[in-house]
Design a protein around this ligand. Structure first.
Ligand SMILES: [Zn+2]
Ligand SMILES: [Zn+2]
Length: 343
């Protein structure tokens, strides 16, 4: 079968290769992939800014159907519409695993970076990682369960957003637009900040529930936030762009004793005024990937229509057009790009 493979470490070294079809062992299943989201992590792996174990098939945002179940698998059968968590294996015995934080296990092996992922036709995963997709969520929308689970982990487990909080979401990419919807569901007044290039994305954020949008290169974000908060600043800022300018803006906009949540990955060190953390007494929180409970909540929010992922899918391309997909990702000319397998 054809797969999009990182062939060795270093910048680039990504190509379509013929790889072996996997076989389900004990407590494992094979998913026939229908949609695999392209994510910042794949882009960082391409640029060797994120750890990988080549040769390895990329792709960790997956939806598809069960094609095969190995011995010992209960509750799943061929044809079930599913998505999967991304940890192929964790040690199970370190303090993080035992403390309910398998996402932080130092021996964690994730699909799409440390072991084969879903940018191919058949994907091998542990049965315990698999979740059924709600009937109202199609495969493309379902492949966004993973980024939604990550956003839910950062916003609901690692920070505390309450009704009527003034919350800034900076960066209206796919992650920001998911964050915007989750923040809105917490009952917060939701402000989304982008640049002039993000105009369409900002409009979409309004359709998805944002109360106020700010075009940072045309309006002064601080002036608007100050007006909305009697000069105090936002209760919570969620940085979703992974960009230095956005990090600085967020630190400026957060109020004293507010909360700063980092969701965007920058892929490189970022310069910011750390003294603000002291002057304002702000905790800086980040959530790495997700934990199992993030997935059940993500799927429930999608089933109930509280979060819509379908409007975020702008492109679907076969994996053989991966170069065009990466280019489109880099140019930000779309939103979420999903890749589909080829025969
Ligand atoms: Zn991702
Ligand atoms: Zn562990």
């Amino acid at each position: 079968m054809k797969a999009l493979v990182k062939t060795k470490r270093g910048v680039g070294n990504v190509e379509i290769r013929d790889v072996e079809v996997p076989k389900a062992g004990r407590d494992q299943v094979i998913i026939e992939v229908k949609s695999a989201g392209l994510c910042g992590t794949d882009y960082h792996i391409y640029h060797d800014e994120y750890k990988s174990n080549p040769p390895v098939t990329l792709g960790h945002e997956v939806a598809g159907v069960i094609a095969e179940t190995g011995p010992g698998v209960n509750g799943l059968k061929s044809g079930d519409r599913v998505t999967t968590e991304t940890y192929f294996a964790t040690c199970g015995s370190c303090p993080m695993c035992r403390g309910g934080k398998p996402n932080l296990c130092p021996d964690r092996i994730s699909i799409g970076s440390m072991t084969n992922g879903g940018m191919t036709k058949y994907l091998l995963v542990p049965a315990g990682n698999v979740h059924l997709l709600p009937g109202n969520v199609d495969f493309k929308a379902g492949s966004l369960t993973e980024p939604l689970a990550c956003v839910i982990h950062s916003l609901l487990d690692m920070s505390n957003i309450r009704p009527a909080d003034m919350v800034v979401v900076s960066g209206p990419g796919p992650i920001g637009l998911l964050a915007c919807q989750v923040v809105k569901q917490c009952g917060a007044y939701t402000i989304v900040i982008g640049t002039g290039n993000d105009r369409e994305r900002l409009e979409l954020s309004r359709e998805l529930g944002a109360d106020r949008i700010i075009v940072a290169d045309e309006e002064d974000p601080w002036k608007i936030i100050a007006e909305l908060t009697d000069g105090h600043g936002a209760d919570v800022v969620c940085e979703c762009a992974g960009a230095e300018g956005s990090v600085r803006t967020c630190l400026q906009l957060v109020r004293r004793a507010g909360q700063y949540v980092q969701i965007g990955l920058a892929g490189q060190p970022v310069k910011f005024d750390i003294d603000q953390v002291i002057f304002k007494e702000i905790p800086i929180r980040g959530g790495f990937a997700s934990i199992p409970s993030s997935w059940t909540r993500a799927l429930k929010m999608m089933e109930l229509g509280f979060v819509k992922t379908a409007p975020l899918v702008s492109h679907a391309m076969p994996i053989t057009e991966w170069e065009k997909a990466f280019e489109t990702f880099k140019e930000k000319s779309g939103l979420k790009i999903v890749l589909t397998p080829v025969e």
